[in-house]
Design a protein around this ligand. Structure first.
Ligand code: ATP
Ligand code: MG
Ligand code: FE
Length: 352
């Protein structure tokens, strides 16, 4: 099927078009620059930006895919989780489009969409099940056990406070680096010593994980960096930005990889899929590949353009649902900012 996917859960207006498992176009407009001076995504600003960006993004995606609206077999949209106001813009547009085109609508889960992105990676062999998935972005840090993309995704753990990308953004601010913090910290860390300062690794003691707990916590780490930089400045010394950045990054990467591989071992799953914008971090990819290799775990990393928020992954998930015979969603659904990952599709029609 030719599926048009709409993604507006955060600051990216993403329109993607897929045919079956083939990516035809992936248009992304981001309002990131508008949030820069606030040091984080401002929900109201993001929602307004989606409203302006949607129509041009749809036109651009159709042009790039060399198809017209009449060719679209189904419309897909992220119904959650995400920022409520931002989600509502995409949901409203998707309903209007589906009704006016008289095509089925699939309302799907954003996090499961991140997993579906892998399917569009043309170079890779098919995704095998079960697989552990680690999704790290500005809004999420989730460890999932995927037995089947369309029917069975289990939440093993998630952050209890800040998301990993959020921690990068907040620590960048402490180091007086611009937003978004991830790339800035990455750059600063390149010349730093990752062993210079031993920052805390939240919830990663053996006792935390023994009871099958794969939750993450990054606010203690952020506070530790804040205290360290404050004390250094109070003592009249200059903050060694490169060393702090490298040591902080090492702590985040260590926790993420340790927990993901612990889950692989505990569940006997020799496969790990990575996704989310923080995967742009070179050190995270390197450490994951290195330690997974040693543990006999195969790592999959989709191309970065499919790891950050995008509409193609939403179209890909709907395409899988259609190919596995699932019915479309009714129009009786809204934006659900806290949609659980177990709800892969919402409001599936029950009538014949
Ligand atoms: P969502 O959480 O809904 O997926 P988001 O917009 O917050 O949405 P992404 O766009 O996937 O997430 O990722 C953005 C986040 O990734 C930001 O927090 C940014 O700092 C972080 N990031 C980007 N590049 C890097 C990097 N090289 N290292 C670490 N973090 C990075
Ligand atoms: Mg984003
Ligand atoms: Fe996302």
């Amino acid at each position: 099927p030719l599926v048009l996917g709409i993604e507006t859960s955060c600051d990216e207006t993403g329109i993607g078009i897929v045919r079956g498992r083939t990516l035809l176009s992936n248009t992304i407009a981001s309002s990131m620059d508008e949030h820069a001076r606030y040091g984080g995504v401002v929900p109201e600003v993001a929602a307004r930006a989606h409203l302006e960006a949607l129509q041009p993004a749809i036109e651009a995606a159709l042009a790039e895919a060399q198809v017209s609206l009449a060719d679209v077999d189904a419309v897909a949209v992220t119904s959650g989780p995400g920022l409520a106001g931002a989600l509502m813009v995409g949901v409203g547009a998707a309903k209007a489009l589906a009704v006016s085109l008289d095509r089925p609508l699939y309302a799907v889960n954003h996090l499961v969409g991140h997993i579906a992105a892998d399917i569009l990676d043309a170079g890779a062999p098919p995704l095998e099940y079960p697989t552990v998935a680690l999704l790290v972005s500005g809004g999420h840090t989730s460890l999932l056990l995927v037995r089947d993309l369309t029917t069975d995704v289990e939440l093993l753990g998630e952050t209890v406070d800040d998301a990993a990308g959020e921690a990068f953004d907040k620590v960048a601010r402490l180091l007086r680096l611009p937003y978004p913090g991830g790339p800035e910290i990455d750059r600063a860390a390149a010349t730093g010593d990752p062993t210079a300062i031993r920052f805390p690794r939240g919830l990663s003691r053996a006792s935390d994980m023994a009871a099958h707990r794969y939750d993450f916590s990054f606010s203690g780490l952020k506070t530790a960096v804040a205290r360290w930089t404050e004390q250094t400045r109070a003592a009249g010394q200059e903050v060694p930005v490169a060393d702090v950045a490298a040591s902080f990054r090492e702590a985040v990467v260590d926790v993420l990889v340790t927990k993901a591989l612990a889950a692989c071992e505990a569940y006997g799953v020799p496969r790990l899929l990575l996704g989310g914008g923080v995967i742009a971090n070179r050190r995270l990819r390197d450490v994951a590949l290195e330690r997974a290799g040693a543990a006999g775990v195969a790592v999959r990393i989709p191309p970065l353009s499919l790891c950050t928020d995008n509409g193609a992954m939403i179209a890909a998930l709907a395409s899988e649902l259609i190919m596995s015979g699932r019915r479309p969603s009714t129009l009786a659904f809204g934006a659900d900012s806290t949609l659980p990952v177990t709800e892969i599709q919402v409001a599936e029609r029950t009538d014949a």
